[in-house]
Design a protein around this ligand. Structure first.
Ligand code: SF4
Length: 554
């Protein structure tokens, strides 16, 4: 790492001078993560040392440290335990699991044991909703934890063992569809792309009508074309694996079982837009997958699928992996880019868009994990085949992560246009009261809407489906979602920062005495302001779940 590097460099973009991040600054977050893992916290001296090393003010280092939930300024225990409190885990009894840990360790949520062996913390969601209630012990994901299991988990850690029993293991896909979870011949798509040429690939992807699978639904072909025509010396492909939406875990399954396909999709994107570097940005909760993913990348290099002269063609591309550090907002693509550059993961103003001014100020395509996989199948089987699978405006299939009150939680591949009632049937849900579609930022529908369809025409979703049966109090769930947003807001813009606590006040009042007509009018007016004036999707969507619960269940 270069000593005393500059923080930023000057570039000319669209005739204007602008300052963008220097590549060495991008090493700040990994350097902080390394210290956190080694010492359990980042001291003032560490921050001063890093400030000297990176040539920046210590306050800047401090501002980065305090942004990310996984970075601590107070020493954590040798083993840090995170208990997920997402709605699925809450329904499955996470409060009792937390109580059992508190009793076993003799500390409260947020504290460290006197001997420094353990620290305990609740976490918004750890991507294990199908194995609820779930916890992270160090970097290991452990599912279906009962209060009775807690003492043996602690004992295993005390004996220096890694907890195994009840641990998440891949191979639990519940429904394989025609596209995403189908096996492809390794590299057939990449080889086909290389021989058909850049223009043909761009055309095939555009023609397929595939839209971003993260939830926003921007047409992938349009995004790739914009990046392809952008003039720059360097371009990047970033795969967004920072799925932090409560109720979402499909990327975890794709990365643990279809990683090569994900990387192949990234390589196809890179070939199409003319990029040479790719980055997989993976949520910190999936750190335990890291070594396996690195091995797969090595294997791909040996097989000639990454590196220089890929499959004998003059195409150069390689992928590195970066970990997030527990900030939900980094799932927003510009916040993710900020995080990659070693900054606080705060969303940027748009325009400029990443396809023109992304990572390091260069054109960058940010694609969801599922989108990368879809592209591989589109290139292999063709745009026409893909289009026929969905509805008019929603081509292809969709992965959904189903959790909550059903017999068979897990990842399902469905065709767009599938009804909520069909999902309830295939997952063995009974006595269903409500279904939250799209996680915390989505909407909550009741029985009268169970005929509605998953599609961009009706109910779009990034994939989270949480089922609640008739025993659940939906206002409790609304509170869970609002507290999640309060915790995760980056605080950068006023409507979101100030609006979410006011939403929580309305929620408290609704629980206590109900909302008057005037309260409701004020609530809707606030929600409208937040939806219109918040800078990113977090603030814009934060009232959705609460409003739909009030409308459908109060
Ligand atoms: Fe940050 Fe919320 Fe504004 Fe997004 S809407 S930039 S999360 S304060």
């Amino acid at each position: 790492m270069a000593k005393h590097c500059s923080v930023s460099k000057k570039i000319i973009k669209d005739g204007k001078e602008m300052m963008v991040c220097d590549e060495t600054r991008a090493e700040l977050l990994p350097a902080l993560q390394k210290i956190q893992n080694k010492k359990g916290y980042i001291s003032n001296d560490d921050m001063q040392d890093l400030a000297d090393e990176f040539g920046i003010h210590p306050v800047e280092v401090y501002s980065v440290v305090t942004f990310y939930a996984f970075l601590k300024t107070k020493k954590q225990g040798t083993t840090h335990i995170r208990v997920s409190i997402c709605p699925s885990c809450e329904c499955a009894g996470s409060a009792k699991v937390m109580e059992a840990f508190e009793k076993e360790l003799g500390v409260r949520d947020g504290e460290t044991t006197k001997d420094g062996a353990f620290s305990l913390e609740s976490a918004s969601c750890i991507g294990m909703c199908d194995h609820a209630p779930a916890v992270m012990v160090g970097s290991r994901l452990v599912g279906k934890v009962t209060p009775e299991r807690v003492s043996s988990l602690v004992e295993e850690c005390q004996k220096g063992k890694t907890p195994l029993s009840g641990e998440y293991k891949p191979g639990e896909i519940k429904r394989q569809g025609e596209v995403l979870l189908n096996v492809t011949e390794p590299y057939a798509a990449l080889k086909k792309a290389l021989s058909s040429g850049r223009v043909a690939v761009l055309e095939e992807v555009r023609e397929s009508g595939v839209k971003g699978r993260g939830g926003a639904g921007f047409p992938t072909g349009v995004k790739w074309n914009l990046a392809a025509v952008a003039q720059a010396e360097s371009k990047y492909v970033v795969c967004n694996a920072d799925e932090g939406e409560p109720g979402t875990f499909k990327d975890r399954v794709l990365l643990s079982e279809y990683a090569k396909t994900v990387f192949e999709g990234m390589a196809i994107a890179a070939f199409a837009i003319g990029a040479t570097k790719g980055i997989l940005y993976m949520r910190g909760e999936y750190e335990s997958f890291l070594s396996e993913l690195e091995s797969i990348l090595d294997e791909m290099r040996k097989e000639g699928a990454l590196g220089t002269d890929i499959f004998g063609k003059s195409f150069e591309f390689d992928i590195s992996i970066r970990l997030g550090s527990g900030a939900y907002v980094c799932g927003e693509e510009t916040a993710l880019i900020e995080s990659l550059e070693g900054n606080r993961g705060e969303p940027r103003n748009r325009p400029p868009f990443p396809v023109n001014t992304g990572y390091m100020g260069d054109p960058t395509v940010v694609n969801n994990v599922e989108t990368c996989v879809a592209v591989v199948h589109i290139i292999t089987k063709g745009a026409e085949w893909f289009k026929k699978l969905g509805t008019e405006k929603s081509a292809g299939t969709k992965l959904i992560s189903v959790s909550g009150d059903c017999e068979k939680p897990g990842v399902y591949e469905i065709r767009f246009g599938t009804g909520i009632d069909e999902i309830l049937q295939m997952t063995g849900a009974k006595n269903t009261k409500a279904v939250q579609i799209g996680g915390a930022s989505g909407i909550c529908v009741g029985e009268k809407d169970f005929k509605r369809k998953i599609s961009f025409e009706d109910i779009p979703t990034g994939g989270a489906v949480i089922i609640f049966d008739k025993s659940r109090n939906m206002m409790d769930m609304a509170g869970n979602f609002l507290k999640f947003f309060e915790e995760e807001s980056c605080g950068q813009c006023t409507p979101c920062r100030e609006g979410i606590p006011v939403l929580l006040e309305f929620w408290k009042k609704a629980n206590k005495e109900g909302l008057s007509e005037k309260d409701r009018a004020n609530l809707y007016s606030l929600a409208e302001t937040m939806q219109l004036a918040s800078k990113c999707g977090l603030g814009q969507s934060s009232p959705n779940a609460f409003l739909s619960i009030i409308e459908n269940f109060s």
